[in-house]
Design a binder for this molecule. Structure first.
Ligand SMILES: [Zn+2]
Length: 318
């Protein structure tokens, strides 16, 4: 029996802060969730909030070696707990997310918090420092532009369609051609698709991500993709992971097989290419379970709870 999700992954990952352009920062961590920041003339935009305020504070300490500007905007790419529950550490004037993200936090934020704490306990540094659910204070449906001032251009927050969740947004610097893609793209880390819309994600949504023409891309996990070839490769890997899952789970589903058959087939097909990437084994049972539902006509992803996590794990990951 494999150890549940990432509960046995207890060794700290090395964090790397990269300056991608003047005033554009990314912190990556060997497959742990990435975060970023963009300087305006007299303010900061932070992208993603980490799992707890204590975890976020060590990121902010590193950022403070480069800039003392106050955080005006905290942008949340989607509702997942390890991305949002550190928000209080930023002291942001405005917390920005998609309309659907706000609704998802109201509907399932509490359940998701408990689920993710059980799956990834290491990321929740001092969980008692979390003051409660994070509520966005400004939401949008399509696009929101932040003018950075002082000749720094603009930062475009955009919804490109359903994907990793039903409310993912990206942060795009058109002048610098740098994209913060959230969990819509992973660079050499496994995809989590337990709350996803696989068919939309692998077609129109990833097409829209690719059409931006980034020269550097910060995905949800994994190293920064630098250069057009690396960006294309990261988007391509993401699409291939989804396409392989759809082919394998789809074949088992239409042949009248079981969820267990689908899991075995998808695991077998993906493992040679992706099996050594971070969180692959952790994600697969939840991914296949959601895709099976999607193919069965279940419109919206079922809510993950700590209890349902264990049931699905015990059924599939043995
Ligand atoms: Zn996520």
């Amino acid at each position: 029996m494999k150890t549940f999700a990432s509960s046995a992954d207890l060794s700290d990952k090395e964090q790397t802060l990269e300056v991608l352009d003047d005033g554009v920062y990314a912190l990556t961590a060997e497959g742990d969730p990435n975060v970023g920041a963009i300087e305006g003339e007299d303010f900061l935009v932070c992208f993603e909030a980490m799992a707890t305020p204590v975890a976020a504070r060590s990121w902010l300490d590193r950022l403070r070696e480069h800039t003392a500007k106050p955080v005006r905007y905290l942008v949340l790419s989607h509702y997942h707990a390890v991305r949002v529950l550190g928000a209080s550490a930023f002291g942001a004037d405005v917390i920005v997310a998609h309309d659907n993200t706000r609704a998802l936090i109201a509907e399932r934020g509490q359940a998701d918090w408990e689920s993710e704490l059980g799956r990834m306990p290491r990321l929740f540094r001092e969980p008692s420092s979390i003051p409660g659910l994070t509520w966005p204070t400004a939401t949008f449906s399509d696009r929101l532009t932040i003018h950075l001032g002082g000749g720094r251009g603009e930062l475009v927050l955009a919804y490109l369609g359903r994907g990793h969740t039903e409310g993912d947004i990206v942060a795009w610097l058109p002048r610098q051609r740098i994209l913060f893609a959230g969990d819509l793209v992973e660079a050499q880390a496994a995809l989590y698709t337990g709350d996803a819309y696989h068919r939309d994600w692998m077609s129109g949504t990833l097409d829209a991500v690719a059409a931006l023409g980034a020269r550097a891309l910060v995905g949800g996990r994994g190293a920064v993709a630098t250069g057009e070839d690396a960006v294309e490769a990261a988007i391509g890997q993401t699409r291939d992971f989804l396409a392989t899952m759809l082919a394998e789970v789809g074949a088992a589903h239409s042949a009248g097989g079981t969820l267990k058959d689908a899991f075995a087939a998808a695991h077998r097909a993906l493992e040679p290419r992706y099996g050594r990437w971070p969180i692959f084994e952790h994600c697969m049972p939840f991914n296949v379970s959601r895709l099976w539902d999607e193919l069965s006509g279940v419109q919206r992803p079922a809510i993950w709870t700590a209890e349902r996590d264990r049931q699905v794990w015990d059924q599939l990951q043995e």
